[in-house]
Ligand binder design. Structure first.
Ligand code: GLU
Length: 483
């Protein structure tokens, strides 16, 4: 195999979504697996649709994900520049070669005319394809239009008698008859170069050996193969990655949570978990929680199965994220959770590191996303809101409970002793342990499930504990008198 060169080639026209992230990831893993080079190329030739600062965000996102590129913007490399907006001279050269070979022609059709033609073809149940009006213009007409500066684009003339073939890692040999395709637009009316053309020129000039991108590019690949053939240059190997779908089996869209990487970043999904999840999604793996080294070896690129749509399952992602969180030590978790905590409870900055560790340890096992640290630790910062609905099914003996809490009051300074005391009393009086524990937890946190009573006693001040337990007893008594 030639020295592997792969690339991730995002357009700064929309934010990174899971499909892009997975393409970047597969390119990265492949490069690492075969000691290749991972190139980042920003495809910013569509000036009207480019979003300001998005290129920088994409670069930051890749680094955040841990998908470091070997060549690309900022970093440089010997195949640069890596922004397509700085490569127009190469595209012009290649366009001129096509013009010389008589393989490119000017198309003066307006976007409105093209749209009308398209609609007519669709109505007649014909595959929409450019009808070559401008290929058949007389030289006189062309000269006249050029003289009057009529806007035009360059198109590449496909050979309709040809079938193009290429190799896809999942689908193996693929072939397409060119007669079903439109003559490829090479430029836009504003003189900029199209994605199809610039992307081909760069993959060729940057000596890209493997092109891994979403399945939505399949027909683009067929057109581009015709360009490779026109220039008689070597084709890369392709892999068209399956589209990621939502639960309903539709293509994942902005409306689905987790479509954009930003959603996941804000909610506190870890980069390791996202890469891990996007590697195992849609496949079956004996071991599912994998570190970077393991991810590099997890996929057998020689045996890629052709899959349809792969389903994005947030529950599974949550599971993977939770596992990654559980693997982290408390110091690392503090660092990750602190921004969320400071945002909601600025007073967290006044508590000691030791106290913070204790707090994080208390809720760690429940933490699925980092963002949840805010709700899970709320009891520490604020008195809980007691929604009695949550305990309506508990069979509560208020007299017993009040007496227990009263006797507990002066034992709260020693958490272990306090818990033992509760257990012993319950046993003696043959009361249900789980009900009493739920009540205590509810009084302290507003929830019936969560940290153990011992942990809660350790993290909360004894005065606070008693006050909260007493609050609950008061509420329950009022309720009892109302009945
Ligand atoms: N700029 C294209 C996109 O973002 C690149 C596709 C490709 O990888 O070739 O869809």
């Amino acid at each position: 195999m030639d020295k592997v060169r792969v690339r991730f080639a995002p357009s700064p026209t929309g934010i990174m979504h899971l499909g892009n992230v997975r393409s970047a990831l597969m390119n990265y893993l492949f490069a690492k697996r075969y000691n290749g080079t991972f190139v980042l190329r920003i495809e910013d030739t569509d000036f009207k649709r480019n979003v300001e600062n998005l290129s920088d965000k994409i670069i930051d996102d890749l680094l955040w994900l841990g998908l470091e590129y070997n060549e690309g913007p900022v970093k440089g490399g010997s195949y640069g520049p890596y922004y397509q907006s700085q490569r127009a001279n190469f595209y012009t050269q290649y366009l001129n070669k096509l013009i010389e070979k008589n393989l490119a022609y000017r198309c003066f059709c307006t976007p409105e005319e093209l749209e009308q033609k398209r609609q007519r073809q669709v109505a007649m149940k014909l595959p929409p394809r450019y009808d070559r009006t401008c290929l058949n213009l007389s030289q006189d007409d062309i000269d006249k239009y050029v003289e009057t500066n009529k806007p035009f684009i360059w198109r590449f003339k496909l050979d309709y008698s040809k079938t193009v073939k290429f190799y896809d890692l999942a689908h193996k040999e693929m072939s397409f008859e060119l007669k079903h395709f439109s003559d490829i637009p090479l430029t836009r009316q504003d003189g900029s170069f199209t994605f199809l053309f610039a992307n081909f020129v760069d993959d060729h000039l940057m000596e890209i050996t493997h092109v891994f991108r979403g399945e939505d590019h399949l027909s683009n690949t067929a057109s581009q193969v015709a360009l490779y053939e026109a220039f008689n240059v070597k084709l890369p190997i392709f892999w068209h990655l399956p589209i990621i779908g939502n639960k309903e089996g539709k293509k994942l869209s902005k409306r689905d949570f987790g479509f954009s990487l930003t959603d996941l970043q804000n909610a506190g999904y870890l980069p390791e978990a996202i890469s891990n999840y996007l590697t195992i999604i849609g496949g079956s793996f004996k071991k599912e929680i994998l570190n970077k080294e393991e991810l590099i070896n997890a996929i057998d690129f020689e045996k890629i199965e052709p899959t349809g749509m792969i389903k994005y399952d947030v529950e599974k992602l949550n599971w993977v994220n939770h596992k990654w969180i559980s693997n982290y030590d408390t110091t690392k978790l503090i660092e990750l959770c602190l921004p969320y905590l400071i945002n909601k409870y600025p007073q967290v900055q006044d508590i000691t590191r030791e106290e913070l560790s204790k707090l994080i340890d208390t809720v760690k096992t429940e933490l699925v996303t980092l963002e949840q640290i805010v709700n899970l630790t709320e009891f520490y910062f604020n008195e809980p809101n007691l929604d009695l609905e949550l305990i309506k099914d508990l069979d509560i003996d208020i007299n017993f409970f009040s007496k227990l809490i009263l006797d507990l009051k002066d034992k709260l300074n020693n958490p272990e002793q306090a818990v033992d005391f509760i257990k012993d009393t319950i046993k003696e009086q043959k009361k249900p342990l789980s009900v009493i524990f739920k009540l205590i937890r509810f009084a302290l946190t507003g929830r019936t499930m969560g940290p153990s009573i011992l942990e809660l006693f350790k993290i909360l001040e004894s005065k606070k504990i008693y006050k909260r337990l007493d609050n609950l007893i008061k509420k329950l008594s009022i309720l009892q008198h109302q009945d």
